[in-house]
Design a protein around this ligand. Structure first.
Ligand code: SF4
Ligand code: SF4
Length: 503
């Protein structure tokens, strides 16, 4: 965006906001936001946290509903098992995800960062709320940090970091549950440490990592570590919707003195432009009075340079300098500025969700053809991915004639062909597989197997003979269908061919 307030480009910062001139870290004390967006984000976060902490407890037929066991390469997504043999599904999912992220960002900017990113939700909606509760708002936090180590400060620090550690411990356990499943996590927690030494260290390491991130590293994750954040610069354009300051309306900014504010009481107008006294019939019969600015105030821009938007920013930036890589679109500055606008009797939305294009051309935010087109593509992608997951087979099975092997003739008048079979179990229970010829009168002989048992997420390979009487074969190469059963349940039918000495 080109909303540069400081016209001298050479003076514009070339460092991130959280670094002092001497290179040291600048600690951000963000003022507690309040307003419609903050409330909406709080509600969204509660839902998100319930899902995050609750999902690992949900089970389906004795297995986790959701598990991403990268260690054993065993993945369960909504009860469906995926393994290494499902690389195509994962590849497609990754591709869809990347396209989705790019398209989504081009249209809606960093909406994800502000509303759904786990880092933002935990930092702003959990850890920072704890901090506000114990240390107070920004100025109190600043005072406490600069004060001497009194009993009160020690008590507050101990309590805050104890709670931070406790929440980090809960996140760590939940995170591990997503990887190994809740039953395995329960064993680590309830059985002696010596039995699960690796699991124990995993919990400890995760806990310290989360604690370090939320207690100390904080907004630096979004600013310097997150690859998605770093990509914003190449994905956003002038039509992207993001949290932005309307510099056309806001500039030239200027302080509004108390006297000036008091001497310019709000004026109400009717829709036809006539003055409203607050007592005329029009107020009640036609419409609510509309507050507009007085001409004296109007010659300036609407921004009164109060810096309320800067004070609430968790990454320490001034949104009036345009779109910056540190902005996580958390909406705190929208709430802060709306609050000011109400107080000085100006319309809300000086900072709002909008695009550079809309600001320059004074267009209202709305559904544009571009948003419709991109959203349609996003929906199609979600549809493809959902279909891929739903059509995911519970069994991967193949029976193929062994390459390089011909048929064998037997004294009893039968012909046999050698086959390779492979079965992968994607169900949430062990399988006991057997094969039945569907369209031929013959029998199947397993080689080296009494029965084929495939554990959950496991795979079995082997060889078998199919033997058919020559008299019932009428073609040199005939088609065969083999039913594959798990116990008495028909899972799938595999197609192959059968060779015989028929002219
Ligand atoms: S400028 Fe700061 S407060 Fe405003 S949305 Fe971006 S990160 Fe949040
Ligand atoms: S809160 Fe609004 S009025 Fe105050 S400095 Fe920020 S943009 Fe200007």
């Amino acid at each position: 965006m080109s909303a540069i307030i400081n016209p001298d480009e050479n003076n514009y910062r070339d460092t991130i906001t959280t670094v002092e001139k001497d290179g040291s870290r600048k600690w951000i004390f963000a003022k507690k936001p309040k307003g419609w967006f903050y409330n909406a984000r709080t509600i969204t976060s509660i839902f998100y946290l319930l899902v995050f902490f609750g999902l690992p407890f949900l089970q389906y037929e004795g297995e986790p509903l959701f598990m991403l066991n990268v260690v054993e390469r065993k993945f369960i997504i909504f009860g469906l098992h995926f393994g290494v043999q499902d690389l195509i599904v994962f590849g497609l999912a990754m591709l869809t995800f990347v396209v989705f992220v790019v398209l989504f960002t081009v249209v809606f900017g960093r909406l994800f960062c502000g509303w759904a990113c786990p880092q933002t939700i935990f930092m702003e909606m959990v850890f920072r709320k704890i901090e506000y509760w114990i240390d107070g708002d920004a100025q109190q936090q600043r005072n406490l940090r600069n004060s001497a180590w009194t009993t009160l400060k020690i008590r507050k620090r101990l309590l805050k970091h104890f709670l931070f550690f406790l929440v980090s411990f809960a996140i760590s356990n939940t995170f591990l549950a997503y990887i190994i499943g809740m039953p395995a996590l329960k064993k680590i927690i309830t059985e002696p440490i010596t039995v699960h030494i690796l699991g124990f260290f995993a919990i400890v390491i995760f806990t310290f990592v989360f604690y370090a991130v939320y207690a100390f590293f904080r907004e630096q994750i979004c600013i310097v570590a997150c690859p998605y954040g770093r990509l914003q610069g190449v994905m956003l354009d002038k039509k992207s919707i993001l949290v932005a300051y309307d510099y056309v309306r806001g500039e030239p900014r200027g302080k509004m003195s108390k006297e000036k504010l008091e001497s310019t009481p709000p004026k109400a107008l009717h829709e036809d432009g006539s003055n409203c006294t607050g007592k005329c019939d029009n107020c009640t019969k036609i419409h609510e009075p509309v507050l507009v600015a007085e001409p004296a105030v109007k010659e300036m821009g609407d921004c009164i340079d109060c810096k309320a938007c800067v004070l609430v920013c968790p990454t320490g930036i001034d949104i009036r300098n345009g779109t910056q890589l540190e902005c996580i679109n958390c909406t705190a500055c929208i709430d802060a500025c709306d609050d000011i606008m109400v107080k000085i009797h100006k319309p809300k939305g000086l900072i709002r969700y909008t695009s550079e294009d809309m600001i320059v051309n004074k267009k209202k935010a709305g559904i544009t053809p571009r948003i419709i087109a991109y959203s349609a593509v996003l929906l199609i992608l979600i549809g493809i991915l959902s279909f891929t997951f739903m059509s995911h087979s519970l069994l991967d099975a193949s029976i193929l004639r062994t390459p390089g092997q011909f048929y064998q003739e037997h004294p009893d008048g039968t012909i046999s062909n050698l086959y390779n079979f492979k079965v992968a179990n994607k169900r949430n229970k062990p399988m006991e597989i057997h094969f039945v010829l569907r369209n031929a009168n013959g029998k199947i002989e397993l080689i080296g197997h009494e029965k084929i048992e495939v554990p959950v997420g496991g795979e079995k390979q082997g060889q078998l003979f199919i033997r058919i009487p020559l008299r019932s074969i009428h073609e040199k190469k005939s088609s065969l269908e083999v039913d594959i059963f798990d116990g008495n349940e028909l899972i799938t039918t595999s197609k192959t061919t059968f060779m015989a000495p028929v002219n």
